[in-house]
Design a protein. Structure first.
Length: 257
């Protein structure tokens, strides 16, 4: 049985207490107390446990970022629904994701404790954490630009998850390029500058550096590898779309040389 089947079926043994357990419990409809300690029936770091933590943190933190500038725009709500649609969630899973998004908008949302537990559950798996940040950046760019309060919050989130400000700038540049190329208001064709940003390299890179960056980015976003590290299976499509963008960027740069 999948992580989701076990979760909705009441087999919460692989989950933990604390804020993540309280959020997913409330979203599903179970009355968990945030301090409740659930008995673990599998080893800590079990894949299903990481998948549940990733799903819970992704949509609740997305709601919190959307509220950062004091107003949740139609674009931000549409983006959240687009992420859910790209995951091809069934009606029940989509309802839970929406409930998590709504909880994230609450004034008393415990962001730091959520991030602390999320990082612990992920065992500092950097590829997984980076993908989490990339999804949050996509949400921040939903209305076409990243507001200062959203940027400040994302920098804080990165700090809590062990991502440096310089690395954040690179990730934000790639997310902005993806927004230019894709989305409702995006261009039909990728620009060369966006291609370099998506590969996270400067335009002055040598052919060897470009190829190395391409391989690194493809490995980082490989869907099967990410699922093995704890990405929910339903999010494989997001990783697949990213590898397609990386491929497009690489081919565009090669043609320009």
């Amino acid at each position: 049985m999948s992580w989701w089947g076990k979760l909705v079926g009441g087999a919460f043994g692989f989950m933990v207490g604390g804020p993540l357990g309280a959020l997913i419990g409330a979203a599903i409809g179970h009355n968990f107390d945030s301090g409740m300690k659930l008995q673990a029936t599998t080893a800590p770091g079990d894949q299903e446990r990481v998948q549940t933590a990733f799903f819970t943190a992704t949509f609740s933190v997305m709601g919190h970022i959307a509220k950062a500038d004091g107003h949740v725009s139609k674009d931000e709500i549409a983006n959240a629904r687009q992420v859910m649609a790209s995951m091809e969630l069934d009606a029940e899973m989509r309802k839970v994701a929406i409930n998590l998004f709504q909880q994230g908008k609450a004034r008393d949302f415990p962001l730091d404790t959520i991030l602390e537990q999320f990082r612990r559950e992920c065992h500092r798996r950097q590829h997984l954490i980076r993908l989490f940040i990339e999804i949050q950046l996509q949400a921040a760019y939903a209305d076409g630009k990243m507001h200062q309060k959203e940027r400040a919050m994302l920098l804080h989130i990165c700090q809590r998850l062990g991502i440096s400000p310089d690395e954040f700038d690179v990730l934000a540049g790639a997310a902005g390029a993806e927004r230019n190329y894709g989305g409702v208001s995006g261009r039909d064709r990728m620009s060369l500058s966006d291609a370099y940003a998506i590969l996270e390299i400067p335009s002055s890179s040598t052919d060897k550096e470009i190829k190395k960056a391409y391989r690194r980015m493809m490995s980082r976003h490989h869907p099967d590898k990410l699922v093995a590290k704890g990405l929910p299976e339903e999010m494989m499509k997001i990783a697949t779309e990213k590898t397609q963008e990386i491929q497009t960027a690489y081919e565009l740069i090669k043609k320009s040389r």
